[in-house]
Design a protein around this ligand. Structure first.
Ligand code: PLP
Length: 404
């Protein structure tokens, strides 16, 4: 059992008001809030050991390097990667996907196929489209059903010897659907295809075991896991990372440079050109510590309780339709009120201090499927409460009365 009252004290932001009302923060799928335990690490870095890493012989630089590499080890352990050099520090999920997509262009040729799911975030669609344009590869889409679930029989049909790569999110940010990634990975492997899983939306809610999943690439962002913005991780199996060409050239990623030829650094540095977000990386490690201290089993069961409660209460509102009705879902409720634009609902909720997201959630193909311009999305984290959900339900009722 989580002591939510105590947990909320870790988050300074919950003591502020928005538009004169206590903040109700239900935009966790866009970014999570930051606990004091992580903020303190950021302040400590800039107050006490701010220095560039991996280069200096001086003490500060070594301290910063040690802390940064410790963070990499924390990430490795958390995700159960076999080697720490399989963890590439990135600026976030988008960066990780682009790094892999860019590298893959040297492996793909005309006639090859790559599969994307209908449930993807734009950041897991557009880089692959750009890749397909460059390489003449065909992009195929794994379709979904009315519940917002990928149709696995169709996936089976799409796979063939031509399939080189499958990319799918672990959890949909727009609908909350948890995809059957173990099945997707194993099936792709039986055709010799590699799999990239976008874990941005999963990692705040569960703890993936990357060796057990046997996934080829997995990406995540710290800012959805109680960490800072602008930092994330790409996991790649060693064999893949060795084969992939570097993404960006620069300092840190080289072994030796002459004007005739440059040799690249070993993993992970081959993919880490330039000065990274040092403080962010260290704070990412602190965020992982914080989440593990709360405990993912407790997080999962409490968030499920919040999801069931919100689904039940919101469903009682006449004319409210929920999109994404899979049984396998995390704490995201995407909905619309009949005949009312989601933006108008969001604006009224904001006046009451309730932060939700409105729009297409960077997943326009999903909105097109349901033939809607967007939804109102309330996404819950372990620090939210049922009382806050009550406030949301009241707010939606008020919005409905004002707008219809
Ligand atoms: C948030 C999100 C992204 C993008 O993450 P960035 O941190 O903006 O790079 C990609 N995919 C999914 C599923 C997301 O939820």
């Amino acid at each position: 059992m989580l002591n939510i009252e105590n947990i909320r004290k870790d988050f300074p932001i919950f003591s502020r008001k928005v538009n004169g009302k206590p903040l109700v923060y239900f935009d966790n799928a866009a970014t999570s809030q930051t606990p004091t335990q992580v903020i303190d690490v950021i302040v400590d870095y800039y107050s006490n050991y701010n220095a560039n890493i991996h280069r200096g012989v001086h003490s500060l630089s070594q301290e910063a390097t040690d802390k940064y590499e410790q963070a990499r080890l924390k990430i490795q352990k958390h995700f159960n990667a076999k080697h720490s050099h399989e963890i590439i520090m990135t600026s976030g999920t988008t960066h990780g996907i682009n790094l892999v997509a860019n590298g893959f262009s040297s492996f793909l040729k005309k006639g090859d196929e790559v599969l994307v799911s209908a449930l993807e975030h734009h950041s897991n669609i557009v880089p692959w489209q750009m890749l397909c344009e460059r390489s003449g590869t065909t992009l195929r889409v794994i379709p979904m059903n009315q519940d917002g679930e990928l149709i696995m029989s169709e996936y089976d049909q799409l796979l063939s010897e031509k399939t080189k790569l499958v990319f799918v999110n672990h959890i949909s940010n727009a609908l909350g659907t948890i995809n059957p990634i173990k099945y997707i990975i194993d099936k792709a492997h039986s055709f010799g295809a590699a799999v990239l899983v976008d874990g941005a939306q999963a990692c705040p809610h569960l703890k993936p075991d990357l060796q057990q999943l046997d996934v080829d690439f997995y990406v995540a962002s710290a800012h959805k896991m109680c960490g800072p913005t602008g930092v994330g991780m790409l996991y790649g199996k060693e064999e893949w990372l060795k084969k992939l060409p570097p993404y960006q050239g620069g300092g840190e990623m080289i072994a030796e440079v002459t004007f005739e030829k440059t040799t690249y650094a070993d993993l992970p540095h081959k993919f880490e050109a330039g000065t990274p977000n040092i403080c962010g990386g260290i704070a990412f490690g602190a965020a992982i510590d914080y989440l593990n201290h709360i405990g993912f089993d407790a997080i999962e069961s409490y968030e499920h309780e919040l999801l069931e409660y919100a689904t039940e209460k919101l469903s009682e509102i006449d004319g409210l339709k929920i999109y994404g009705t899979s049984k396998h879902k995390t704490s995201v409720v995407s909905f619309n009120l009949e005949e009312i634009h989601p933006y108008d609902v969001g604006t009224i909720l904001d006046k009451m201090g309730i932060a939700v997201r409105t729009g297409h959630h960077c997943a326009q193909p999903i909105m097109d499927y349901f033939k809607i311009p967007g939804t109102v999305r309330a996404s819950f984290a372990f620090y939210n409460t049922k009382q806050e959900i009550d406030a949301l339900v009241e707010g939606v009722k008020k919005a409905k009365a004002m707008l219809s």
